[in-house]
Design a protein around this ligand. Structure first.
Ligand SMILES: [Zn+2]
Length: 266
């Protein structure tokens, strides 16, 4: 399986090499279109970089840069048989700039990823993409388990869907989707180096709320008795002790306090 995958990747890279200028052209064009639909001045530098795994947004010399892996973008366009996949990936990166995430690149804030996914769904609706087209790239490349920086695929697909749906409701003059029932919220989770706030509800789901108070689920919290909890959040396991401190085991086995839990009070 792995051998096949590597062979496939090599074939792909070989094939892509020839079309690299075309891919770059399409990526630049996609960014221009997204920027135009956002009403922004197109002051982004867009360029290929084979060392980037997928795509990345950063600021360098006060310039807003987006770099993408041309093989990755070509794979997405080939597999989804349209360029909407590439557009959604680049819209996500543009959102990192717009939302100020590139100011402190070292910070790990999973809610940031969901906010950018939501933006990509929102802007793709405005550009004429169907919901399926807006979800295509994430369906193809999303990580089902998530990583320390990226929430799991189901949460990201949900964020894109909510953005797309919200744009549709705006277009049709409908009110926002009904907000999540605040009566169900039990706890607030906060993590060091993470500006987002997360909530655990009565069903043990760990939730993040987007700008229009829509809940996106991407973790779970289980009562383990005696005022302690087990939290599965992103791809890692955490413990909450009786003093409501959240702990994570480091790779060396030393527990590390990474956040705190509080009772939710309205
Ligand atoms: Zn991102």
């Amino acid at each position: 399986m792995r051998g096949q995958l590597i062979l496939f990747s090599l074939l792909l890279l070989g094939a892509v090499h020839a079309q690299e200028p075309a891919t770059t052209q399409q990526a630049e064009d996609a960014v221009r279109r997204v920027v135009r639909h956002s009403g922004l001045v197109p002051n982004f530098i867009v360029r290929p970089n084979a060392d980037v795994r997928t795509a990345i947004a950063f600021v360098k010399d006060r310039q807003r840069v987006i770099e993408f892996n041309p093989a990755f973008i070509a794979l997405v366009m080939d597999s989804t048989r349209s360029d909407w996949g590439a557009v959604s990936i680049l819209a996500h990166e543009i959102a990192h700039h717009l939302l100020g995430h590139t100011i402190d690149p070292a910070a790990v804030r999973p809610g940031d990823e969901l906010a950018c996914d939501r933006y990509s769904g929102f802007v793709l609706f405005g550009m004429g993409a169907t919901l399926t087209e807006s979800l295509a790239a994430m369906s193809l490349t999303g990580d089902p388990h998530g990583t320390r920086r990226h929430p799991p695929k189901h949460a990201r697909l949900e964020a894109i869907r909510q953005g797309w749906e919200e744009a549709r409701r705006v277009r049709e003059g409908l009110p926002p989707e009904p907000v999540h029932d605040p009566d169900g919220l039990r706890y607030v989770l906060s993590f060091v180096d993470d500006a987002n706030t997360y909530y655990a509800d009565s069903l043990g789901r760990v939730l993040w709320f987007d700008a229009s108070a829509q809940a996106i689920e991407f973790g779970e919290m289980r009562d383990t008795g005696g005022g302690t909890f087990a939290v599965r959040w992103m791809d890692e396991d955490y413990l909450v002790d009786a003093r409501m401190a959240i702990w994570r085991r480091s790779t060396h086995g030393m527990p590390l306090q990474v956040g705190k839990l509080e009772k939710f009070a309205r």
